[in-house]
Design a protein around this ligand. Structure first.
Ligand SMILES: Cc1ncc(C[n+]2csc(CCOP(=O)(O)OP(=O)(O)O)c2C)c(N)n1
Ligand SMILES: [Mg+2]
Length: 392
């Protein structure tokens, strides 16, 4: 909306009142509430006719924008720290901020999340200190992790395994009678497009379905499993796989924080109210490398990355806030400043961490240890000692 537009004062500050069928958004079958140009769509219909909408206050819209910027900045800081040798590895979320913040903010306090290794944005939304994953990727034990404290399970690197853990957990929630009403508990399991080819994920679909588990399967389709593109995983849109297992599936624009929120909140509330599992395919793009060990220029072309840059989740939110006069330059500057301050602070705390002690990797494999592990530890210790005294 141009400045001085005579209709501006009388028009709703939000969006033009229109509903879009998912199939009409340009991308096939995509639920979208905010276009890449920052234009608001009042509501959007999913494949089963569900109407998705959000009703945020200006403060809440600004809050979502702040989340997006802060998680992108902390992610960039972590990547830089890895490059400087302070972390062993980092798995960047660059490009996936909206899918993570949208779904992360849609969780109610009592809901339980099972992440992969890339869900730093969800972690942030759960109120967890981002030093946790930085320690993990540095190889430093920060006293272990209690999944119940923030209702956030440990990061899981074994592809797809956490969907099984989430299914078992969700079945337990239902058996314990913890579902039902706004206070009922629901569970969300995160995984990637590549993970959908794993047996674990397909077995989870079967179990969650037949036991009507209160579980949302949240697949971030970022178009790649390391160097393998989506067409190596599937011949049908991933969300449609759900139909074969007997539960609903929906594809959402994963670069749209509003739609990601709306679709996830709806799926979680259905789950907590006895409607069983569902699959959300958040259609997005991994703008960076798979991890800091990867060089994506080896398997994808620059024009593809550029095309996705035009769909950037933060740029469209900023365009929307600006056009609707929900935020101005001073707000954007303040958010950038907050992001900078927080990342400097994070960096200081990482630098203050001890170096990792490799032998501690044997400590928490089993609660009570095992003779095999003791032997491995002894041999590893001997191996490490063989370097002592040698010139470095
Ligand atoms: C069981 C298992 N097999 C292989 C790997 C190696 N691996 C690490 S990440 C990855 C690709 C995962 O792709 P996707 O599920 O799309 O998630 P993304 O990394 O794109 O978020 C693979 C194969 C692993 N960690 N676990
Ligand atoms: Mg992927």
């Amino acid at each position: 909306m141009a400045k001085g537009d005579p209709g501006a004062a009388t028009r709703s500050k939000r969006a033009a009142p229109r509903t879009r069928r998912a199939a009409a958004t340009g991308e096939p079958e995509l639920v979208q509430l905010l276009t890449p140009e920052g234009e608001r769509i009042e509501s959007a219909l999913g494949p089963d006719g569900t109407e998705y909408r959000v009703d945020f206050t200006d403060e809440e819209y600004r809050g979502l924008y702040r989340d997006l910027v802060l998680v992108r900045k902390l992610d960039a800081e972590a990547t830089a720290l890895q490059r400087q040798g302070e972390l062993g590895l980092w798995a960047s979320l660059l490009g996936q901020e909206a899918a993570q913040v949208g779904s992360g903010r849609a969780l109610r306090t009592q809901d339980m999340a099972f992440p992969t290794y890339r869900e730093h944005g969800v972690l942030y939304c759960r109120g967890i200190d981002p030093i946790m994953p930085l320690g993990l990727f540095r190889g430093v034990d920060q006293g272990g992790w209690d999944p119940n404290e923030f209702k956030f399970n440990m990061y899981t690197i074994v592809i797809g395994a956490q969907t099984l853990h989430a299914t078992g957990y969700a079945m337990g929630v239902a058996m314990d009678g913890k579902t039902g009403g706004e206070d009922g508990e629901a569970v969300i399991a995160y995984f990637g497009d590549g993970a959908t080819s794993q047996g674990d994920v397909n077995e989870s679909f079967v179990w969650a379905s037949v036991f009507n588990a209160p579980l949302v399967f949240f697949c971030q389709n970022n178009q790649y499993a390391i160097s393998e593109p989506l067409e190596r995983q599937t011949r049908v849109p991933l969300y449609r796989r759900a139909g074969g297992f007997g539960f609903p599936g929906v594809r959402v624009d994963g670069n749209d924080v509003l739609a990601s929120y709306a679709v996830t909140r709806h799926a979680l509330d259905n789950a907590r109210n006895g409607q069983g599992p569902s699959l959300i395919e958040a259609y997005t793009y991994r703008m960076g490398a798979h991890t800091t060990s990867d060089d994506p220029t080896r398997y994808r072309i620059a024009s593809e990355v550029e095309a996705w840059q035009a769909k950037d989740p933060i740029a469209r939110m900023k365009a929307f806030l600006t056009k609707q006069k929900i935020a101005d330059e001073s707000f954007f500057t303040a958010v950038d400043e907050q992001a900078r301050t927080e990342s400097v602070h994070l960096r200081e705390r990482v630098l203050a961490m001890p170096d990792p002690q490799p032998v501690t990797m044997f400590d928490h494999v089993y609660p009570n240890g095992s003779p095999e592990l003791d032997e491995q530890r002894a041999r590893f210790t001997q191996y490490m000692e063989s370097f002592e005294g040698s010139a470095h």
